[in-house]
Design a protein around this ligand. Structure first.
Ligand code: FAD
Length: 396
């Protein structure tokens, strides 16, 4: 096997999935994660359709994921007095199985921890590619050389920045910010069947505030010119949110007042990564949000899972030859990742005018919404998924 030693940057969804498959095909895998330990909590994410399920079953994690699943959240849009105006069904937003991102990351990590090397609390500081490998400098660990380096480090990927170019060339701001605060409001008992609950959303032009549900205790979306977010200053971020929602009534003032008491606060732009179908370069490849992320409504988790499965599988089938494998990966994902490119969830969830909000609410009550849900189901399985483990003869 060529290109035996590989470095994976980022240990959320794409990273441990890639690590799992590469290890299973005989590669020596090191994973570096910036956070000091596995990050718990986060929003609920979902899988939809037979393609996602097939990959999860081939990894042997489907059962556990369904055991840890949260449930389905219908989002009820209400007016100031709480009167129901429209419902966005959780069947559209939640897929077939919904699980907290942190729970999924832990399941994937546990499958790989004893077999792959994990470096927590560290990050790639510099990359230089030679004909035979990639010389990697870390922020803390001593420098090492790997045959291949993979960026699974999310929408603000450092591997992409160092190997492909600056973020502004690839990450396109979609005109909105989102914020999640507090972990999912309700606990879930893995021994009980999944339940269906409701969250309540309140719209003002260009604004949406949501309380409750399995996604998070609160979440917000707001239209805005681009802001330079102070990444390490949560209080400053909370002020940005409060300013964006100043003067808005309904449940919003009470929600904002609760913010300081909630654990986990995350504010970021709704952005889309656009690499025009070229997710690889030299000895580097991007997988998941770093290559084809679209923050919200872009099937990000399923794409990360399938992308990692395809990349590892193509490498194994090609006997480690990255030039062959990367070309195939680009070709397959160029088509499949198109589903990420079709949505700007901000525009849909927080229309910028009162008329736009009324039209959107009408849309939820119409037959077109049911058709859109069907389209989403179809797009999620629009790939000819090769049975790589069988092709390679990899043992479970
Ligand atoms: C509010 C919200 C709701 C969402 N809802 C859904 C949903 O319902 N369904 C769905 O399918 N998807 C959803 N998504 C998208 C989903 O979360 C992502 O698509 C998915 O997590 C992609 O996984 P990833 O592993 O590519 O990247 P990420 O999950 O972003 O993980 C990147 C990892 O890399 C690490 N990292 C970052 N920089 C470095 C560095 N320099 N060095 C080392 N490590 C680094 C990070 O700490 C993190 O662990 C949602 C996203 C958001 C923000």
């Amino acid at each position: 096997m060529r290109n035996q030693s590989v470095l994976v940057s980022g240990a959320s969804i794409a990273g441990p999935t890639l690590a799992y498959w590469l290890h299973r095909y005989g590669f020596d895998v090191t994973v570096v994660e910036r956070a000091p330990r596995l990050r718990p909590g986060g929003q609920a994410i979902d899988f939809k359709g037979p393609t996602h399920r097939t990959v999860l079953e081939r990894m042997g994690v489907w059962e556990e994921i369904t055991r840890q699943r949260t449930g389905t959240t219908d989002l009820v849009f209400a007016d100031e007095s709480g009167r129901e105006l429209a419902v966005m069904s959780g069947d559209f937003t939640g897929g077939d199985v919904e699980i907290l991102r942190g729970d999924l990351a832990r399941i994937l990590y546990e499958r790989t921890a004893g077999k792959c090397e994990y470096l927590f609390g560290d990050s790639i500081a510099g990359l230089s590619e030679t004909a035979d490998g990639v010389h990697v400098e870390f922020e803390h660990a001593p420098a090492r050389t790997f045959d291949l380096v993979f960026g699974t480090d999310g929408i603000h990927s450092r591997v992409r920045r160092l190997a492909f170019g600056p973020e502004r060339d690839y990450v396109h701001y979609l005109g909105y910010y989102y914020c999640i605060a507090g972990t999912a409001g309700l606990g879930h008992d893995p021994d009980e069947p999944p339940v269906r609950i409701r969250s309540t959303g309140y719209n003002a032009p260009g604004r949406l505030a949501v309380r409750g549900g399995f996604k998070a205790a609160q979440h917000y979306i707001f239209a805005s010119p681009e802001i330079d977010i102070p990444r390490d200053d949560v209080h400053a971020q909370q002020r940005i949110l409060a300013d964006a929602f100043a003067g808005i009534g309904g449940p919003v003032p009470a929600m904002l007042a609760e913010l300081p008491g909630l654990e986990d606060f995350y504010l970021d732009s709704l952005s889309q990564v656009r690499l025009d179908g070229h997710y690889t370069k030299g000895r580097f490849a991007l997988v998941g949000d770093s290559g084809y992320g679209n923050t919200l409504g872009g099937f990000g988790t399923g794409l990360a899972l399938v992308g990692a499965y395809v990349l590892a599988g193509e490498l194994a089938v090609a006997g480690g030859d990255h030039t062959l494998a990367f070309a195939r990966y680009d070709e397959i994902m160029r088509r499949y990742a198109k589903i990420a490119g079709n949505s700007n969830a901000g525009r849909f969830l927080a229309p910028r005018t009162a008329r736009g909000i009324r039209m959107r609410n009408w849309f939820f009550r119409s037959r077109s919404f049911a058709l859109m849900t069907k389209y989403a189901d179809r797009a999620a399985k629009d790939i000819d998924l090769r049975d790589y483990p069988a092709l390679v003869g990899a043992a479970v």
